[in-house]
Design a protein around this ligand. Structure first.
Ligand SMILES: [Zn+2]
Length: 314
């Protein structure tokens, strides 16, 4: 059997070649009706931000922007070529609040099929489900839960994501609204739909500082993704280190992932005056090194993403 690979925008790579430092959840291109005027849609700005990340040792970034959020996968390939940073793109669908309802209607009857096609053949240009197929494949499936529950849209998208996972092996990354509905997602995706927990990445866990919930989620075996800092989620940012250290102390260090989750132009460092992608390496990494030790901290940026995003590609 062929070895597991990470499917990047420039092709499949050995997980060991992902490099030593991966931002496991971020955005170089993103737009949402919820953030008017704050679109990430500028190629030079995306290159500047990725370069700032690379200058601090960053070697890979996973963009969690799904279909319909201005993900610009062709531009992602250009950023990767220009900066030398590996980039993984996503297929999938976000919450209705972040997605044009007309687009959702257009893909309703063929969602799993479209996800599989984007993972194995190529993503659609310009976020148009009927658009040109680019010679660039997605390497993960992004879906989203709701606030303390899952609405019919979330359940429908997760069913399609599970079907696409079973057909391709690709990991599923979940946006948890304010860090909630984590157990609902595990019940549905892993309990009901049979997705192995090792292929599930629970995102935004820092947005609810519920340490008991985080520990219960960790016991499932899924990957736990934390991100920040964020102006919108500032209230829980200060709990990030407590969560990471607590989970590491209870034997879950190998499931932890970290990302910057830069979703607005003002949050960028290079062009927006915000913390941006470099903050992860400038501030969070040294804090983690002093709490856990240099090698255990390094493994969180290196080994965990290599396992979370690699699979037997088809
Ligand atoms: Zn995100």
């Amino acid at each position: 059997m062929a070895s597991a690979q990470v499917r990047t925008v420039l092709g499949d790579i050995d997980p060991a070649d992902l490099g030593g430092v991966c931002d496991a959840h971020d955005h170089l291109f993103f737009r949402s009706p919820l953030f008017p005027g704050q679109e990430l849609d500028d190629l030079p700005a995306a290159i500047a931000e990725t370069t700032a990340f690379a200058q601090l040792g960053g070697q890979a970034v996973v963009q969690w922007s799904p279909l319909g959020t201005g993900r610009r996968v062709d531009a992602l390939a250009e950023v990767s070529r220009r900066t030398g940073v590996h980039i993984v793109a996503a297929t999938g669908l976000h919450q209705l609040a972040h997605t044009d309802p007309a687009l959702v209607e257009r893909v309703r009857d063929r969602l799993a099929e479209l996800f599989v096609d984007e993972l194995t053949v190529g993503v659609r240009a310009n976020d148009d489900p009927d658009g040109e197929t680019l010679p660039i494949k997605a390497g993960m499936i992004k879906v989203a839960g709701g606030f303390h529950g899952l609405d019919p849209h979330a359940r429908y998208v997760m069913a399609a994501a599970a079907e696409a996972h079973h057909a391709t092996g690709a990991p599923i990354g979940i946006h948890h609204e304010l860090g909630t509905a984590v157990l609902d997602v595990l019940d549905l995706l892993c309990g009901g739909l049979g997705v192995p927990t090792k292929s599930v990445i629970l995102g935004h866990l820092n947005r609810s500082a519920d340490l008991r919930l985080q520990s219960e989620a960790a016991a499932s075996g899924a990957f736990l993704a934390f991100d920040g800092p964020s102006r919108a989620n500032h209230a829980t940012d200060w709990r990030l280190l407590d969560s990471l250290v607590g989970l590491a102390a209870t034997g879950h260090a190998s499931q932890l992932l970290l990302g910057g989750d830069t979703t607005t132009a003002a949050a960028r460092s290079a062009t927006g005056g915000g913390p941006g992608m470099p903050y992860l390496l400038r501030r969070i990494r040294p804090q983690l090194e002093s709490e856990l030790g240099t090698e255990p901290a390094a493994a969180i940026f290196r080994d965990n993403p290599a396992r979370a995003f690699s699979y037997q590609v088809r």
